[in-house]
Design a protein around this ligand. Structure first.
Ligand code: ADP
Ligand code: MG
Length: 251
């Protein structure tokens, strides 16, 4: 099973009467639990690709599968429902609501979820703010927090829905180097402990170096796919563990 599968995807934008080909014939599949970077220079198509994976936008042609389900032809409501249960988002500019506290920001996406009770919402808010190290800041508003702390709130908000995929569009671009590194380390730690798939875009070499897998885009096309060597060891270990578990189940 792939958590995300993209088949022959094209995305065109119309700018006046000019057609901009933002993505050209993209075919990709990502394994569940991966910590993957989409790398490329500004304007290469990273945000467009993340928006398509996140079902915020639809391809001009081609197919996208999320957890093996074809998402083309779904209504806006059906896509919103899928997003609210499956996909967490983290943005370059954090996108927190300024009038809400950290806790209220984390709770916000859960308010759309009729299957999550008020009690459970509050438990999740406390739990995920603790995971990102912000238990002491629950009542702070975004303007009372540093950039790194704001991005931690955004990570807690993304996790609160218990997503299978977290998409992060240049999550460290507005942070200084050390803070960016801390945020990346936190994301990786969460990826390892919760097995949540992380797909993030970046043009920063140091961020790329933290990824297990890498997709390079340039001018709307993929020009390299890679597995980092340190990650190879980890992924092999994960595969052996999965194989052992499957064997234990079948024997
Ligand atoms: P990146 O995130 O890598 O900087 P984008 O996905 O934002 O790249 O953009 C890819 C290309 O598509 C660029 O040429 C950009 O100008 C164009 N583009 C992106 N969004 C739009 C839009 N809404 N309308 C027109 N062109 C767009
Ligand atoms: Mg972008």
């Amino acid at each position: 099973m792939s958590v995300v599968r993209i088949e022959h995807v094209y995305k065109d934008y119309l700018l006046g009467d000019q057609k901009v080909q933002a993505l050209k014939d993209i075919t990709l599949a990502f394994d569940p639990g991966v910590f993957l970077a989409i790398a490329g220079p500004s304007g290469s198509g990273k945000t467009t690709l993340l928006n398509l994976i996140g079902c915020i936008d639809a391809p001009t042609s081609g197919k996208i599968y999320i957890n093996d389900q074809d998402v083309s032809g779904r209504t806006a409501d059906q896509l919103a429902d899928l997003r609210s249960k499956t996909i967490g988002f983290i943005f370059q500019t954090f996108n927190l609501l300024p009038v809400l506290s950290a806790a209220e920001n984390v709770e916000y996406p859960l308010l759309q979820r009729s299957d999550v009770s008020r009690e459970e919402r509050q438990e999740r808010v406390a739990y995920f703010l603790d995971i990102v190290g912000l238990s002491r800041f629950v009542h702070h508003r975004p303007n009372q927090l540093s950039g790194g702390q704001r991005q931690r709130v955004a990570i807690a908000r993304a996790l609160a829905i218990r997503p299978s995929i977290v998409l992060a569009d240049e999550p460290t671009a507005n942070l200084d180097h050390n803070t960016g590194e801390e945020i990346l380390n936190l994301m990786k730690q969460i990826n390892r402990s919760f097995k949540t798939t992380f797909i993030f875009s970046t043009h920063d070499k140091r961020v790329i170096a933290k990824a297990d897998r890498l997709v390079r885009v340039n001018d709307g096309e993929i020009y390299a796919l890679g597995v980092r060597s340190e990650a190879k060891w980890f992924l092999a270990k994960q595969r052996r563990a999965t194989a052992a578990a499957t064997q234990a189940q079948t024997s």
